[in-house]
Design a protein around this ligand. Sequence first.
Ligand code: ZN
Length: 414
Amino acid sequence: MCSVLRLHIRCTVASELAERPHHIATEAYSAPMARLSDSDVLNTLERYGFSDEELTPWRGEHPDPWDTYRFEITNPDAFGGDDPAWSDDARGDWERLGQNIFEQSGQPGQLPSREQTEQQPPVGAVEELAWYLPFHYAGPDWGIYITEAGVIDTARRIKKRLGGGCSDPRETKELCQVALFILYFHEAFHHKVESFATRLEIARQKRVYIPYDQNVYRQLLSTNHILEEAYACFEMHSRLRGEKRFHGQVSSKIKEAALQFLKDWIPTLPPGYNRGLNVGELELLKLMSQIADGQEKPLQNPEDWKIANHMIRGLFKMEFAVRILVPRGATPQIPWSDGTRNLAIPFRKIKRHITRDIGYKETKRGKGSHRVYRCAGRPDITLPYGQESLSPKVQKQVARALGYENIRDLAANC
Ligand SMILES: [Zn+2]
């Protein structure tokens, strides 16, 4: 092979890698610093003792009782392709969903029953529909989780503002898309908060996120003073209004109906959340001081952060890595693109299955980015640590080691 061709292939592979989810940070960084992976973050935080997977305060529910579908929300193909009428099957699915959304548009939402835990989100909070699990607590399971029922419930409420008769497949698809964007914007802000705290931790070499979470967030939740939730609600409205790469995917009348819905809905949310339309830069800067100081009344002047406001960008482009949750074993109601292909088994589930159900034990080999598991009479299993879900290749290897026919069987047993 000539060297020019080899170079071209190498460059192509490198650029594909660079575009992979979870391997790029924000545009603010340039290669090769750009390659930030989940395991870089998790291992560094673990080494310094900044994370604590034993502490599990309610930031969101672990995804165990759900089937998880990974979803790239800015990729129109991920939504079943550009044209919802591309096949009879898909058209039928969209028509049924459109009927359901139309008939229920005036009804109260029907959310799936949730696992009862000691700590719950405030009643009526956005976190009943979607949540963000921070990497400081959730390790490889961190990320944005959005329930499919939450998307459909939000789409119904937007349809109520939109009016008109039963939606055709295109309108139904756009209603679901805009609903998904709204929930995503809220949860993406929680990732920005954790990213900001993490940058401070690295610069100062001391804990920031957990003290803020324990001493400020948890103390103020359900009160008017919870700035993180107020600003997360602000972002639902401001990002939908301002970011064309999102609202450009739906018609202007659906965008307007969604903005109207937010104007009506946000003031009805629990205390703090309900200030979402009335906060702005001042509150964001004060929140940054609260995070930096770990107290409600920070000593640091909020104005300082005007110089460093870019520090509250996300470490990762979360739009590539949203997970949609469907009750375990249920068929998704929204015709997302190929559901099987997107079925992602979380690291945690596979680890629990091989250690608890099969008898594998973690060996001392493979600290860092990999964990090696051993069980007499079976092949060793190596799992990449720090990825919230495992690649099809790794899932296939695990399925083979355990004697399953395929990934589906593995997923059903995890
Ligand atoms: Zn929230």
